[in-house]
Design a protein around this ligand. Sequence first.
Ligand code: AMP
Ligand code: GLY
Length: 428
Amino acid sequence: MNVLLLGSGGREHAIAWKLSQSSMLRSLHIAPGNGGMESLGTVADLNVMDFAAVERYVRRQKIGLMIVGAEAPLVAGIADYFEASTKTNILVVGPKKAGAMLEGSKEFAKAFMQRHNIPTARYVSFDHSQLNEAIAALDTFQPPYVIKADGLAAGKGVIITKSKAEATKTLRDMLSGLAFQEAGKKVVIEEFLSGRELSMFAVTDGSSYHLLPSAKDYKQIGEGDTGANTGGMGAISPVPFLTEEFQEKALNQVIIPTIKGLSKDGIPFSGVLFFGLIRVGSDPYVIEYNCRLGDPETEVILPRIKSDLLHLFESLCSGLLSEYDLVTDERAAATVILASDGYPDSYEKGNEIKGLNDVGGIDGHVFHAGTKQSRKKLYTNGGRVLALTGRGADVEEAVKNSYRLAEKVGFEGAYCRKDIGADVLDLA
Ligand code: AMP
Ligand code: GLY
């Protein structure tokens, strides 16, 4: 089968790496890809938001299955576009717009959860004509105030503050369009929940599902979970505090009700449901839904899947998901993101990456994110540059191997958090 993977991050490098091991794969195409993917397939310079250009490529290369890595094309309707297309007949891994709204609109997701009794923080929502009502509503919540831009904001659209003055300013900036443009012109204000966060993933066709390994990611730039939110600075899998009892609760109170809720609402869903959960006491609450795999969670999840990923996706798209046998690996994985100095604000690009040939003998994988190849050399080309995934018998050993990789690989201005996994190791 000829496969096209859309995306360019560490998540897509990990997906490409895993797909390349499939006996069902004839050719792999990645668009727009990054500097680390050229050994795994054909890297095509396509704008993934230009669906007609993607369609032309699909026809030319006789692509049979397309995997959409990131949320933006899904929320913009890429799966709907290909379903309606009379020129191609490809299988698409990723939901249509209606299902992608679980990620594309926080208000939609909150109303969905309320409708289907799925535990989540109490909330209210306002649009740009309701600034005064939104400010007044702050008084119905205890600080810290949690304010979310309704639309997509690359993981940065959530402001949490103890200061009412800052919360008020945030509401003004978002609702006026100053912050996050259209995405902020509607907001959700919600109750602050306190607990440990983790991510769970279900591959689902809207009726059957398979749970993938769970992960915990580290969103903030600074050690001890301080500073600005980023796309993710590291991740571990499995999650030591995810007990069997908690998993049962997550399944019965969140995951199954979500899949049934979609079906009751008449919303088809074929792809990956990502549950951003928080454990409050011993109970799961949903912080957010996403409609695709996580980044950097994928860089620790996929190495822990033994079975054929392309077979999983093909089963998903052809109604055979329940017959697929998902085999996971007990061994742990951890990933540490090597970022450019300055990220998530401004940073340099174009610094040479060194040491990639010196990692032999370390149990792990180097996944590329913001990298670019030029004349056989690799250069930094983004904020998050590399995901250094270590493996091991347990999380502790996996984390050690990630940091061993970080000692070998580097570039000028490379930054990584030194505490990935540290908060959970005492629980392991
Ligand atoms: P989101 O983009 O909705 O996942 O939010 C980003 C981050 O903000 C989450 O990973 C949490 O750490 C934090 N957060 C979001 N909502 C809440 C909440 N209701 N209570 C506490 N923390 C939250
Ligand atoms: N790591 C969080 C995300 O992918 O949204």
